[in-house]
Design a protein. Structure first.
Length: 384
């Protein structure tokens, strides 16, 4: 990330924060080590994925705020989400506050280690800024926690909400925990479920019926019980609000048993991160599935393993105008989905000869013949 400083005199501070940001992974590890040493959550079962994810996003947000940089939408409201979630998990107030206070210790230690050749008085000059940002964060977490505790005290469904929170965030033996929380959830241990993760929670309008077990407003997670072996699960069949194409997020289908829900929730959260770059099947808006994201995930892994490899398909379109490139890509995807020139022509509203000509142009520009399955698969990887 690049931080923009206000004046030349702040250049050293900006460089130091840049180095701190680059070391975020080690800061997260340090935070988790301190948390484990202090045992603040030793009396409550908060899962390792939950702890790691919150530590990573919290440190990212705090470093941005200290730098005076813009905080991305996905990080806004993070203190409120954390406070509510810890309340639902049954974490004691003092334990939560002591845990979040570790953020200052971790950030300050990171700044000291990253200082290098920076002026000796640089940290002293900015100590108040760092402390103010972290204290504001702690205060926001505490307010959200206390509000949620009050809400839970007035909520007739407190027991089921806490049971669902435990199920999602624990590292305990899944089978044993599932049997323990099933009565509170009112769900069969061996039922068939779907797990959704909705990014824009305010857009979610779920009717409270027997299909909806619970939803975590913090994480946008929804657990749905399916009737029978519903292989073609469509959230819209359950509630018209879930067909809203303005929804962004993911759905993991056919989750067998409550014990499998925590892992499905992790997959749903990670899938939801791809919602802005992956379209659901059919190209419409809505919730993406694992099948929708497979190629995008494979492309990311390939790029991570081979840095600088480049995209042979998209780079081949560099000389084309945007409209022509868009039409070629749409035709390529439609043909790979159907294998039929006739159906592709119908789907893209052009003559069959136009489809043939575009496929030939695609082959000429990229070297991939979409009529050959192996080459079509590789082309789709780079189009993902």
């Amino acid at each position: 990330m690049a931080f923009v400083t206000q004046t030349d005199s702040e250049a050293a501070w900006g460089d130091l924060l840049e180095r701190l940001s680059e070391q975020r992974a080690s800061l997260v590890d340090h935070f988790l080590e301190l948390l484990d040493e202090q045992g603040y959550y030793s009396n409550i079962d908060v899962g390792s994925e939950d702890l790691w994810s919150n530590a990573d996003t919290t440190l990212e947000m705090l470093i941005l705020q200290i730098a005076g940089a813009e905080v991305p939408e996905r990080l806004r409201g993070l203190p409120e989400r954390l406070g509510r979630r810890r309340a639902q998990q049954g974490v004691e107030r003092e334990a939560l506050l002591e845990a979040v206070r570790l953020d200052f210790r971790v950030i300050w230690g990171g700044l000291v280690r990253a200082q290098g050749d920076a002026p000796a008085d640089l940290l002293v000059a900015h100590a108040e800024e760092v402390l103010t940002v972290v204290e504001t964060y702690i205060g926001d977490v505490q307010i959200a926690y206390l509000r949620e505790i009050d809400a839970l005290g007035r909520d007739s469904r407190t027991e089921s909400r806490r049971a669902f929170a435990r199920l999602l965030s624990t590292d305990a033996a899944a089978d044993e925990l599932a049997a323990e929380v099933a009565p509170a959830l009112g769900m069969p241990v061996d039922g068939l479920f779907a797990v959704m993760c909705v990014i824009d929670v305010d857009e979610l309008r779920v009717g409270v019926d027997d299909a909806v077990v619970e939803w975590q407003v913090d994480e946008g997670l929804v657990l749905l019980r399916l009737d029978g072996d519903d292989a073609s699960f469509d959230p819209g069949l359950r509630d018209p609000g879930l067909r809203d194409e303005s929804l962004r997020g993911s759905v993991v289908r056919r989750v067998h048993g409550l014990a499998a829900v925590p892992d499905a929730a992790i997959r749903a959260r990670r899938l939801a991160r791809l919602a802005d770059e992956v379209a659901p099947a059919g190209g419409a808006g809505g919730l993406i599935t694992i099948a929708d994201a497979e190629l995008a995930i494979a492309r990311r892994l390939l790029e991570a393993e081979l840095p600088g490899i480049g995209n042979p398909v998209m780079s081949a379109f560099a000389e084309l105008d945007e409209g022509e490139a868009t039409r070629l890509i749409a035709t390529a995807r439609a043909f790979c989905a159907t294998g039929s020139v006739k159906v592709t022509a119908e789907r893209t509203f052009v003559h069959r000869n136009t489809v043939v000509n575009r496929l030939a142009q695609f082959r000429r520009l990229t070297g991939f013949d979409l009529g050959v399955p192996d080459e079509a698969a590789r082309a789709l990887l780079w189009l993902a």
